[in-house]
Design a protein around this ligand. Sequence first.
Ligand code: C2E
Ligand code: CA
Ligand code: CA
Length: 576
Amino acid sequence: MDDRETKFRIFDKKRCVLLVEDEVVNQELMKLAIGDFYDVIVAESGEQALEILSAKHETLSIVLLDLNLPGISGLDVLRRIRKDPTFLRIPVIVMTADSDAEVECLTIGAIDFISKPYPRQEVILARIRRTIELSEDRVILKLTERDQLTGLYNKEFFYHYADQFDLYNKNITTDAIVLDINRFHIINDRYGKSYGDAILKHIADESLTIVNKNGGIVSRSEADTFMFYCPHVSHYNSILEALSVPLGTGENKDLRVKLRMGIYADVDKSLDIERRFDRAKMAADLVKDNFTKPIGFYDHSLHEAELLNAQLIEDFTTAIREKQFAVYYQPKFDMRGQEPILNSAEALVRWKHPTLGLVSPGLFIPLFEKNGLIQALDHYVWDEVAAQIRDWRDRIGISLPVSINVSRVDLYDPELEDKLLSIVKTHKLTNKELLLEITESAYTENAEQIVDKVRHLRELGFYIEMDDFGTGYSSLNMLSCVPIDAMKLDMLFIRNAFKGEKGAQLLEAMIHLAKSFELTTIAEGVETSEQVSSLKAMGCDVIQGYYFSRPLPAEEFEKFMIEKKGVASKSGDRNP
Ligand code: C2E
Ligand code: CA
Ligand code: CA
């Protein structure tokens, strides 16, 4: 679809012309000439023209201005239009019998002229149409328009056009839809970038076909994200199907690009257009990694979640200042000997919110990861943890390494190493006492940069655990090039392993593989004695989970530690 078609689809409503003309005969003549093609509003004086402009400037596409008016002159009306930024977008064609006035009008900012007596109808129509097109193009071009690869509108342009769409479709129920490709980076990695580009192009073309049929506009807003703004439909499934283009070289015809769709149906038009798409995006995130349910809807519960998120973000600074964040500790046990030995702990943050009660990190960590607040929170937690390790050693003579969670955002911080070193130094610890848990999925994004960072941390003497192993998509052979000390098997992965024989074999194979890379294996989320004995039999080195203890507040964990003290104080003997 070319530019023109797109435009006509959106603008198939008539444009509105403000005709400023005091003589009834001329009014009638002009209406006769253009009335079939435009909505014409008549102002009989300069004053009236300015009133109408103030009230309706949003919907006006052009002003046809007579110079000889009673009261405020046409030239003064023109001056005011050109001076007021809210009217600046609207082009003015001056209608006059006086060719001497032309120069002055052009200087003030008229775009074109229609002479009096009026020329032929075609001439009038052509001038008006061209002037409107030029002015609309100018506004639009300013926003640099289009995504180079797919030819779709880019985000800024799309938002602008969505506003226009509303203007001309006031009473139409409208949907905001976000379409994401699942794991697009894997497609790029596996089939190459030009193949990835072809996929994007294909989806873009299909999207255009769909909006051509149903009305609406579409854009590519980010690498693998598309946005639709269109009259309400109900057949989302068939749209999604049409967009799920085939994948791969074709041997497997069922292999298709996996998409997810977030729908904010019947949008509230009093919200900013960006907010409407935030909601669609939220709905899409709802079904992230959910391969059986690819469509998510924005609804009331999401609205509540949105309000909660807004509150959490708002309350964050106070919470840090007032120390509302508490660090809980969950023990990890070394299983290599006869008896389990407490050898370290994981620090897990909780928010003791004054009105919401104890808030789980599952609620606020992903939120803070998105908006960057996570760094401040992590720094706070790390500092608390380091102080706690020191305190335990000084006060009760127990030295226990504690692992902290390092989020992806932290890894992009060029000052991460300095930060960690300074924390360790301040509390007079060694780098080996603050273990770093880095989630597996961090390695798959921007792999090289992250791998370098982790390598450097390790060179500095920090002990690195790859967290949530089994949830991400890093291939097993990645283990050979990623510089880590321990592999922490994700709890879901472990849970699945105990559901069937195949899962158990896979788990055992992974543990062996980790061993062949001389990595310590840690199982988390272990709840039953059956799981403990199987894992031990498979050669798993370290176990963490409710079986031993839930995460505990520092004071309770201290008691737990003292209870195990005889063995705990020897923790330095072994690798964590
Ligand atoms: P994670 O790092 O994978 O932490 C393990 C989660 O599993 C914790 O949830 C823990 O309470 C829970 N868990 C431990 N054992 C068991 C078990 O036997 N059964 C079950 N069902 N669950 C168990 P929690 O504390 O809610 O933390 C959730 C996630 O939040 C963590 O996952 C981690 O990714 C993140 N997180 C927590 N604290 C921090 C922090 O200080 N900084 C950062 N960046 N992330 C944190
Ligand atoms: Ca962790
Ligand atoms: Ca984990």
